[in-house]
Design a protein around this ligand. Structure first.
Ligand code: HEC
Ligand code: HEC
Ligand code: HEC
Length: 89
């Protein structure tokens, strides 16, 4: 997480590069996760999730997603951290 926060602090990024769908449904067999990309990127901090370079397609998978998504929610004490709050059947 440290690395993400440092990266986040370093950028004031012009959020004009490319547009993703407002909400994305990420498939998972234990219940799909609805991710609001628009809300999450409102701060313009693309690098928190996309890393360096131009933001584009991002494939996370279970472990990376849990680390990234839950990690930030825990750090910020905002956003869901319980299984059923992300995974909806
Ligand atoms: C909180 C994490 C997060 C932030 C912040 C974020 N993104 Fe994303 N972005 C994602 C995820 C996750 C996906 C992949 C969604 C999927 O499964 O299709 C994605 C996908 C994309 C895509 C590809 C869409 C497609 O269908 O190919 C683009 C383009 C993109 N993001 C641009 C941006 C830009 C520009 C910003 C900053 C303004 C940004 N993102 C901020 C998580 C984030
Ligand atoms: C912050 C939201 C969030 C929380 C909380 C969360 N998950 Fe996930 N989980 C995801 C995302 C996002 C994916 C990846 C989906 C993808 O890669 O398309 C995922 C993937 C998975 C997968 C893989 C599913 C598949 O079809 O391969 C399993 C299993 C899983 N999570 C179980 C859990 C369990 C158990 C908990 C509670 C301990 C939990 N998750 C909590 C967001 C979350
Ligand atoms: C850089 C920090 C950060 C990352 C990374 C992040 N989130 Fe969040 N997320 C938040 C914050 C902050 C909130 C609370 C927003 C609010 O309550 O206004 C939130 C709220 C949410 C919510 C509930 C509100 C809504 O939008 O429906 C869901 C679901 C969610 N996040 C899913 C995800 C998933 C899935 C990922 C990973 C692909 C992710 N988040 C990555 C910061 C983050």
């Amino acid at each position: 997480m440290k690395k993400l926060i440092v990266a986040a602090a370093m950028v004031a990024f012009a959020a004009s590069t490319a547009l993703a769908a407002d909400t994305v449904v990420m498939k998972a067999k234990n219940g799909n996760v609805t991710f609001n990309h628009k809300e999450h990127s409102a701060a313009g901090d693309c690098k928190a999730c996309h890393g360096e370079g131009t933001p584009g397609k991002l494939t996370l998978g279970k472990d990376a997603a849990h680390k990234l998504c839950k990690g930030c929610h825990e750090t910020k004490k905002a956003g869901p951290t319980k299984c059923g709050d992300c995974h909806k059947k």
